[in-house]
Ligand binder design. Structure first.
Ligand SMILES: [Fe+2]
Ligand SMILES: [Fe+2]
Length: 182
């Protein structure tokens, strides 16, 4: 993503990647499914935490009816996070995993569509390009501390984080954003 990407472009690009990973987990098997699921967990933890810290507070404050729109989205996110915690403890090839994952997939797809339609679609009317780029920078800070796809050769801290439980990714993402913003 180029440096001057605004927050809407960045969030939509993350949604696209989330949809791809949801498909990969659903259709892959064995180790490939495990790897895709780990990628998905990391990306969702970073993405949803960044939305909770940066995007939803902005929407709540600036768009018409923002308070109600955001309340529904946060409930959906909380629901998805609980499902991720449960899935994280399951064998990805077990029937329980597959049925829980199928439900999560539908929920996350619907959630992302609702955000784009009821939340992000209104941002351009209430904020100029500069503000939207500033919001994007806070999201990038989150990505840099909790990389969504660590490559071979990245440092040990990143590898540890990548292997860590969902909750630690959420915590570290929140810390990174708060440091970047305040
Ligand atoms: Fe979200
Ligand atoms: Fe989202």
């Amino acid at each position: 993503m180029p440096e001057h990407t605004d927050v809407i472009e960045l969030l939509k690009a993350q949604h696209t990647r989330i949809r791809e990973l949801l498909d990969e987990v659903a259709y892959a098997k064995g180790d490939a499914r495990k790897q895709s699921f780990q990628d998905l967990v990391r990306l969702l933890a970073v993405h949803e935490t960044a939305e909770e810290e940066v995007v939803h507070p902005f929407a709540r404050q600036h768009i018409d009816g923002g308070e109600f729109v955001v309340k529904d989205r946060i409930e959906e996110e909380e629901h998805a996070k609980q499902a991720l915690y449960r899935l994280d403890d399951m064998d990805p090839d077990s029937p329980e995993f597959l049925s829980e994952f199928a439900a999560l997939r539908q929920d996350v797809l619907a959630h992302a569509d609702s955000e784009e339609r009821y939340e992000f679609a209104h941002f351009q009317q209430v904020a100029d390009r500069g503000k939207l780029e500033t919001l994007a920078r806070a999201l990038r800070a989150a990505e840099s501390i909790a990389p969504t796809r660590p490559h071979p050769g990245t440092d040990t801290a990143m590898k540890n984080l990548a292997a860590g439980p969902v909750a630690s990714v959420v915590d570290r993402t929140r810390d990174a954003i708060r440091k970047a913003m305040y």
